[in-house]
Design a protein around this ligand. Structure first.
Ligand SMILES: Cc1ncc(COP(=O)(O)O)c(C=O)c1O
Length: 379
């Protein structure tokens, strides 16, 4: 049996998405910038996809710029804030994805901006009082905080942070890579400058995503070249990817509630069973349903000799999960997220992440394998 529980890393492409992508590969090879029939056909596919995405996000089509994925979208937002918007300071957290953290670190090292870390608690929640204190200082600021943490599932109260940013006239970027396609996003309701999307996190293809740029936020291109993407991102468009992204998004939102309920039930079941197996089990980050990304569960197991072999043994038994160990030995630099929340890194841990394709049988098989790794009777 093979069980895939690493959906926060990437998801399998939905069959319906593969179907539309294959059609485009076969029938639409034109360059969307060409003015002839082949080009116009390709261009129409892109603009239809953009309209569909904009409808789901409740924004204008012109506010959606397709990119090569979440990393590029995050880079573009942060560079634009510093290069085009006069931002002198970035307020962020120590547990952002590297697409954000390393971008800010590099701009800070080049003395192009100052960076400040907002306080977070042991579950990864941002201290909103501290954020407000920082925002009261009168410095042109970008706030960059992720919507859901990909390792520990903690959700940011996005609207509250957006309102704080507006109150103090700071720009706001949120890495929404783990939440688009998993939660409704209403950009009319949410007054934000930039969000980032990656199709492969919701059963779309890899290498395609988008940045939302609020129409009030005027920026220059990050990738210079042709006039594609309304002059904001040069390069011949990834038509197959763009069409795949739009289809994946349509499917994700069509059955959103059903998917959410199914996946949340699996997560709750796994938590309940683990608590019975190991009364001393802990979960890193937030687990309360309303504050926790339902697709991710980060488990902190009891400390035993065998626990160190957990990921390896699960892999041998056909169960694919991710590690978030903060071990700093060798090439494995460990998790900056677990370190950031001050987690007990001496205990073995694993991140289980689910999708609507995951079944209860797969969770039960995984629990059985976990039980055998630990020889149970561990209390
Ligand atoms: C929170 C978060 N941000 C950004 C990224 C990067 O997205 P992409 O793989 O599309 O570059 C990921 C994916 O690993 C992620 O989980």
């Amino acid at each position: 049996m093979r069980v895939y529980l690493d959906n926060a890393a990437t998801t399998q492409i939905a069959p319906q998405v593969i179907d539309v992508m294959l059609t485009v590969i076969k029938d639409n090879f034109g360059n969307p910038s060409s003015t002839h029939f082949f080009g116009r056909n390709a261009k129409a596919l892109i603009e239809n996809a953009r309209r569909s995405v904009a409808k789901h996000m409740n924004c204008l089509s012109s506010e959606i710029i397709f990119t090569s994925g979440g990393t590029e979208a995050d880079n573009m937002a942060i560079h634009a804030a510093v290069n085009n918007l006069g931002v002198k300071r970035i307020i962020t957290s120590s547990i952002e994805h590297h697409a954000v953290g390393h971008t800010i670190e590099s701009l800070t090292k080049e003395n192009l901006v100052e960076s400040v870390f907002v306080k977070i608690d042991s579950k990864g929640h941002v201290n909103l009082n501290h954020l407000e204190e920082l925002l009261q200082e009168n410095i042109p600021t970008l706030v960059s905080l992720m919507h859901a943490n990909n390792e520990i599932a903690t959700l940011l109260p996005l609207k509250k942070v957006a309102q704080l940013c507006r109150k103090y006239k700071a720009y706001f970027h949120s890495d929404t890579v783990q939440t688009i396609g998993h939660y409704p996003i209403d950009l009319q309701d949410l007054d934000i400058d930039f969000i980032a999307c990656s199709a492969h996190k919701f059963h779309g293809p890899k290498g395609i995503g988008f940045i939302y740029v609020n129409k009030k936020t005027k920026i220059s291109p990050f990738v210079c070249g042709g006039a594609q993407e309304r002059g904001l991102r040069g390069g011949t468009e990834n038509i197959v990817g763009i069409v795949g992204l739009a289809k994946a998004m349509e499917l994700a939102y069509k059955d959103l509630e059903e998917h959410q309920n199914h996946v949340q039930a699996l997560k709750s079941h796994m938590m309940d069973e683990l608590k019975i197996l190991f009364p001393s089990v802990l979960f890193h980050g937030e687990t309360e349903t309303s504050k926790s990304l339902y697709t991710v569960l980060n488990v902190c197991f009891p400390k035993t000799e065998k626990g160190g072999m957990l990921l390896f043994t699960l892999d041998l038994k056909g169960v694919a999960v991710s590690g978030g160990s903060a071990c700093t030995s060798g090439a494995n630099k460990g998790s900056h997220v677990l370190e950031g929340i001050g987690a007990d890194i001496t205990r073995p841990n694993a991140r289980f992440s689910f999708s609507h394709y995951t079944t209860k049988e797969e969770i039960d098989y995984t629990l059985k394998q976990i039980k055998s790794v630990f020889d149970v009777n561990i209390r």
